[in-house]
Design a binder for this molecule. Structure first.
Ligand code: PMP
Length: 351
C-alpha cells in the first residue's frame, strides 16, 4: 500500500456497529430496536409490490413518501429529504451543511457516529461537555462554530433538551445550521419539526428504525426549509447515492397511515421504560431519566462489564461502557413486557 493510502486508512476511526447475533433465542436489548413488529399495513403495502412492480426501478425522488411525511407534519414536500436510514441523511448533512470555516460543535457524550463522519469528511469539531447530570448546557455553545449537531433525546444518555433551549441554540447561531437528530423523539419528547418554518437554520432528522419498527428497511428523513433540503438533494445527487428501494418506499409510506398503531406502540414502550426505571432504582441502580427507548444506568458497586456478561449468560444482551465519564454505565433497550420481566429477574439474581 502506498504511504498516502496507508496513512489515510489508518487515520480513519471506523464505527463499530452493535452486535447482531445470529442465534434466535436471545433477548436483544443492545441496539435500540423496537420489540414490536411494524404496523400490519406496512407488510400489506410491501406485499403489493408484486413481480411486475419489482422489475422496475424505484422512484428516484421518493415522492409518495415525501408527500406522506409532509402531510403528517403539515409541511410542503420540498421541506422533506429522504435517505437510506438517518445515518445516510446525516452523512449528507456532514458533507454539505456542517463543514464550515469553524469547528462543528457536539456534546461529549453523544452518538459515536459524529466524530467518525468528521474524520471521514475532514471536519474539525469541538466536544462540548455535558453537565454532571448528563444534560446539554446551552451556555457552553456560546463560541464560534461551524454548526451544531446533537441527538434529542441524547444518546446514549436518553436525556431530553426542552424545546425552548433548542430555540435558544437556533437564535444563538442564526447563520449556522443546527441539526437536531431526533432518532428517539417519539418516546416522550416534543419534536423541533414544529419550529422549522420559523428557523431557516434548523434541520431535523428522524428515522423509521426506532419508533416505527423498521430498522430492517433503512429509511430516515430530514425536515427543514426548502433551501436546506435542496442542498441535501445536491449532495445526494453529486455522490449518486441510491434512492430508497421500492419495498422501503412503500413500506415506509404505509407506516405513516397507521397513527393508532404507532401511538399505541410508543405508549407501551414508555410504560415499560417507567416500570424498568422503578425496578432498577429499587435495586440501587442510578438511572438517568430517559425520554428514549433505552435507559442509561449504573450500579453503585458492581462492574458494568460483569453485569453485562452475567446477563449474556442468561441470554440477554445489553451494552456497557468503559469510556471516561460514562465508565460503568449500562445502556439497555426497552423490550416487551415479558422481556422486561426476564431482565428484571436476571438483574435481581446478579446484583
Ligand atoms: N442517530 C442516533 C442518535 C442513533 O442512535 C441512530 C441509530 N443508531 C441513528 C441516528 C441512525 O439510525 P438509522 O440509520 O437506523 O436511521
Amino acid at each position: 500500500m502506498s504511504q498516502y493510502w496507508s496513512q489515510l486508512v489508518h487515520s480513519l476511526t471506523p464505527y463499530v456497529p452493535g452486535e447482531q447475533p445470529k442465534v434466535d433465542n436471545l433477548i436483544k436489548l443492545n441496539t435500540n430496536e423496537n420489540p414490536y413488529p411494524p404496523s400490519p399495513k406496512v407488510l400489506e403495502a410491501i406485499s403489493e409490490q408484486n413481480n411486475e412492480k419489482l422489475r422496475l426501478y424505484p422512484d428516484p425522488n421518493s415522492d409518495i413518501l415525501k408527500q406522506s411525511i409532509a402531510d403528517y407534519h403539515n409541511l410542503n414536500p420540498n421541506q422533506i429529504f429522504v435517505g437510506n436510514g438517518s445515518d445516510e441523511v446525516l452523512a449528507h448533512a456532514f458533507q454539505g451543511l456542517l463543514k464550515q470555516d469553524a469547528p462543528l460543535l457536539f456534546p461529549d457524550i453523544t452518538y459515536s457516529f459524529y466524530p467518525v463522519y468528521c474524520g471521514l469528511y475532514g471536519i474539525e469539531y469541538n466536544n462540548v461537555p455535558l453537565n454532571n447530570d448528563f444534560e446539554i448546557d446551552i451556555t457552553e455553545y456560546e463560541q464560534k462554530c461551524g454548526g451544531i449537531i446533537f441527538p434529542n433525546p441524547n444518546a446514549p444518555t436518553g436525556r431530553l433538551l426542552a424545546l425552548d433551549k433548542v430555540k435558544a441554540l437556533l437564535e444563538m447561531h442564526p447563520n449556522r445550521v443546527v441539526l437536531v437528530d431526533e432518532a428517539y423523539i417519539d418516546f416522550g419528547g416534543q419534536s423541533a419539526i414544529s419550529l422549522v418554518n420559523d428557523y431557516p437554520n434548523l434541520l431535523v432528522t428522524q428515522t423509521l428504525s426506532k419508533s416505527r419498527s423498521l430498522a430492517g428497511i433503512r429509511v430516515g428523513f430530514a425536515v427543514g426549509q426548502a433551501h436546506l433540503i435542496e442542498a441535501l438533494e445536491r449532495v445526494k445527487n453529486s455522490f449518486n447515492s441510491y434512492p430508497i428501494d421500492r419495498l422501503a418506499l412503500f413500506g415506509a409510506t404505509a407506516s405513516f397511515a397507521d397513527e393508532d398503531y404507532f401511538q399505541a406502540c410508543c405508549q407501551k414502550i414508555i410504560n415499560t421504560r417507567e416500570a424498568l426505571t422503578s425496578a432498577m432504582t429499587e435495586m440501587d441502580f442510578k438511572v438517568i431519566p430517559s425520554a428514549a427507548n433505552f435507559i442509561f444506568a449504573k450500579h453503585p458497586e458492581q462492574d458494568a462489564e460483569k453485569i453485562a456478561l452475567a446477563l449474556r449468560e442468561r441470554k440477554i444482551i445489553v451494552r456497557y461502557f468503559n469510556k471516561p465519564r460514562i465508565d460503568q454505565y449500562l445502556r439497555i433497550t426497552i423490550g416487551t413486557d415479558a422481556e422486561n420481566d426476564a431482565l428484571i429477574a436476571a438483574l435481581q439474581e446478579i446484583t
